[in-house]
Design a protein around this ligand. Structure first.
Ligand SMILES: C[S@@+](CC[C@H](N)C(=O)[O-])C[C@H]1O[C@@H](n2cnc3c(N)ncnc32)[C@H](O)[C@@H]1O
Length: 281
């Protein structure tokens, strides 16, 4: 098994190991569903969720009652089948699953690139090519596109395959985020909205004394200021990518950052999560 395949197999195993924790996801599920629902404009709107996995973070029946179609995308076909199995037959007719789809847009080339078999031209074109390939694999554009705690998993796979001491690591890390944001732009209809929901850090990174019910906005500010957050989720670095990249700055109007919330991923693990709302021009 190649190193990339190994990482994708680990993603599937992680979805499998999360199965006992549906109840723990409740707060996160309700919060994220409300956020996605707030992006809807009309009853005919179509929703696409990237990195949907088990969809424990989505009230699928509620979303199917609101949106004309709901499309779930993931590399893990079995997780999406499990999500579908939770939905009634009538609503399920408007639920579409797309798997396996690699949403990195670059993993098929990563091991070759890690051997430095890449030209500067191929590297510079990678974000555009990756986003185009993903968009071509899906029946978009959609009115609302939500990326649900996928970015950090993509980055984790990159880190594990290439390693942070590789001479291309920093470039690939930035280009992976850029590819993901360009994918959101390519999949979202003009006038629609993209949501980038991302985990900022695990609760283990919270400063001592932040308590069992911390003031989350203050905590986020503190963690961001101290840089104690996952590099690719830092709101300032995402904002910079959104404003510096000519394609993204044309595609999206002024973005908004939500207040953070807690995602209980089982009895032990908690993550601080927040969302960027990206209005598509
Ligand atoms: C942290 S989970 C999100 C939680 C998930 N929405 C749920 O409730 O089960 C990240 C998801 O991203 C998917 N994923 C990871 N790497 C991927 C890739 N390269 N392409 C597509 N999906 C990927 C995983 O399979 C997993 O379902």
């Amino acid at each position: 098994m190649s190193r990339v395949e190994q990482q994708l197999a680990e993603q599937r195993a992680s979805n499998q190991s999360g199965l006992p924790h549906f109840e723990a996801f409740r707060g996160h599920r309700e919060h994220q569903t409300r956020l996605i629902s707030a992006s809807q404009r009309q009853a005919s709107d179509r929703l696409c969720v990237l990195g949907a996995g088990n969809a424990y973070d989505l009230e699928l029946e509620d979303l199917l009652a609101r949106f004309a179609e709901v499309h779930l995308v993931d590399v893990d076909a079995q997780a999406l089948s499990r999500a579908r199995a939770r939905v009634s037959e009538a609503a399920g007719a408007r639920l579409f699953t797309h798997a396996p789809v690699d949403l990195s847009g670059m993993f098929e080339h990563l091991e070759r690139w890690a051997r430095l078999q890449i030209t500067p031209d191929e590297l510079m074109k990678a974000p555009a090519a990756g986003a185009k390939r993903i968009a071509a694999a899906l029946p978009g554009p959609f009115d609302v596109v939500a990326s649900t705690c996928l970015l950090t998993q993509l980055q984790l796979s990159l880190l594990r395959v290439v390693g942070d001491r590789h001479q291309l690591f920093v470039a690939l890390r930035e280009f992976l985020t850029l590819t993901h944001l360009r994918t959101l732009a390519a999949l979202t209809k003009p006038g629609g909205e993209a949501l980038l929901v991302t985990d900022l850090c695990e609760a283990a990174a919270f400063p001592p004394g932040s308590g069992s019910e911390p003031d989350l906005p203050a905590l986020m500010k503190q963690l961001v200021a101290a840089g104690h957050v996952i590099h690719s989720s830092h709101p300032e670095s995402i904002r910079l990518t959104l404003s510096d990249d000519p394609v993204l700055s044309r595609a999206f109007g002024p973005s908004e950052v939500s207040e953070p919330w807690l995602w209980h991923n089982g009895p032990q693990l908690r993550f601080l999560v927040y969302a960027f709302t990206l209005p598509r021009r």
